[in-house]
Ligand binder design. Structure first.
Ligand SMILES: [Zn+2]
Length: 398
């Protein structure tokens, strides 16, 4: 046998190589061995006619440290085609080492991480991690990144109420850490962020997450809902705009308004955490399906969930691609037709006519059927329900 596995007759979409046609994919020794028609036999043969095949998905924004109120077990991703899960700063220099030891190393899914400029990361919903500016530590953040270069891919900061009244001072400290390590900064923008000033400070390759949030201080002007000139300038300057759906950061209305300006996301991510996993975001294919519903072509939606995030991480040669020699990370899915309710975080539900339904995830050549990873979500406390109540109270459905 020439290969360990051959997927036959699937519709392969690999934007990294401009492939969009029915063909075969072969795997050997955990790596992509070949793509082409009528490939030689494999030890395992799977006929996947009528299904789609793309590189394993990369979720650029999630929370994967269970030592935080927000965190969930990252292996849940393997049920949904995600083979690389990015932790968006759930830990800072204080708790990153234990995150690595207990969670990243134990996971089957590949976990890479942004390190929070706040030394405590994002431990809780109760108090913002940068309400006290003393938690912002550029020197120590840089040190923990240097010691963990293999999995640390940038610096994270949340801007909004969690930065109190010193959002820009904290931002400058985060930029200091990102500059000293020559890595991107991921900035979360929510209500209370000085978004215009933040955008002016960002460097090419930096990432803005929650780009379609509709709760204020986002990418649109407050009264007339114009796309901010700073947003247009930032995009021109090579700033990456990421979805980061979450439990409070995706508005149909904001996305549609942005699309009117031909402003589409650079990367599609879930911001999956304890509060978005059972409602709102669910998983990356559900979030991708929302962008299909908004009119983006399937190949574009796949680009923004595979190769685009890989490039944002500086890993475009090895991840988010089916190039020969790359890790055999593959997602096989159905494009289901019917009527599917999709809810944004403003409690508005729309009915979509298509959705991406996972059929098979392959990570480093190992096949995982959907539902194989029975992830146990922690119990919710009374104070956790306060967050859901806050989301409902501030949703402003009209
Ligand atoms: Zn997040």
């Amino acid at each position: 046998m020439d290969y360990s596995l051959v997927l036959r007759n699937g519709h392969v979409i690999d934007p990294s190589q401009s492939i969009n046609r029915v063909t075969d994919v072969a795997v050997l020794d955990g790596r992509i061995a070949d793509i082409g028609d009528a490939l030689a036999p494999g030890l395992v043969e799977r006929d996947i006619a009528d299904k789609y095949v793309c590189p394993g998905l990369i979720d650029l924004h999630g929370h994967w440290w269970e030592g935080s109120s927000w965190g969930i077990d990252p292996d849940i991703c393997l049920n949904h085609g995600v083979t690389t899960a990015i932790d968006a700063g759930t830990t800072g220099f204080i708790n990153f080492p234990v995150f690595r030891k207990t969670q990243v190393s134990a996971a089957t899914v590949r976990v890479l991480a942004f390190v929070n400029i706040s030394g405590i990361g994002i431990p809780t919903t109760l108090v913002g991690e940068l309400e006290d500016i003393r938690f912002a530590r550029p020197l120590e953040t840089g040190m923990v990144i240097e010691a963990n270069r293999d999995i640390c891919i940038g610096v994270k900061i949340r801007e909004g109420t969690m930065t109190g009244r010193h959002g820009i001072e904290a931002m400058d400290k985060a930029l200091e850490a990102a500059n000293s390590t020559s890595l991107p900064l991921m900035v979360h923008i929510t209500k209370g962020a000085d978004t215009r000033q933040i955008l002016r400070k960002l460097r090419p390759g930096d990432i803005v997450t929650h780009c379609f949030q509709g709760r204020g201080d986002g990418i649109l002007s407050e009264r007339e809902h114009h796309l901010l000139p700073e947003v247009t300038a930032a995009r021109k300057n090579g700033i990456v705009f990421d979805v980061g759906h979450g439990a409070g950061a995706f508005s149909w209305e904001t996305a549609r308004r942005a699309f009117e300006y031909s402003f589409y996301p650079d990367t599609i991510s879930t911001d999956l955490h304890r509060f978005s996993v059972e409602r709102f975001a669910f998983d990356l294919p559900s979030t991708m399906s929302k962008f299909l519903h908004l009119g983006m072509p399937l190949a574009d939606v796949i680009l923004k969930s595979t190769w685009a995030p890989a490039q944002a991480l500086g890993r475009g040669e090895e991840l988010g691609t089916l190039k020969k020699g790359a890790p055999a990370d593959i997602f096989v899915f159905d494009l289901e037709e019917g009527s599917f309710p999709l809810e944004d975080t403003h409690l508005r539900t729309e009915s979509a006519s298509r959705r991406i339904k996972p059929f098979l995830t392959i990570k480093d050549g190992i096949s995982v059927e959907p539902g194989s990873y029975q992830v146990r979500l922690r119990e919710l406390y009374e104070c956790d329900h306060d967050l859901f109540r806050f989301i409902e109270q501030t949703a402003n459905p009209s």
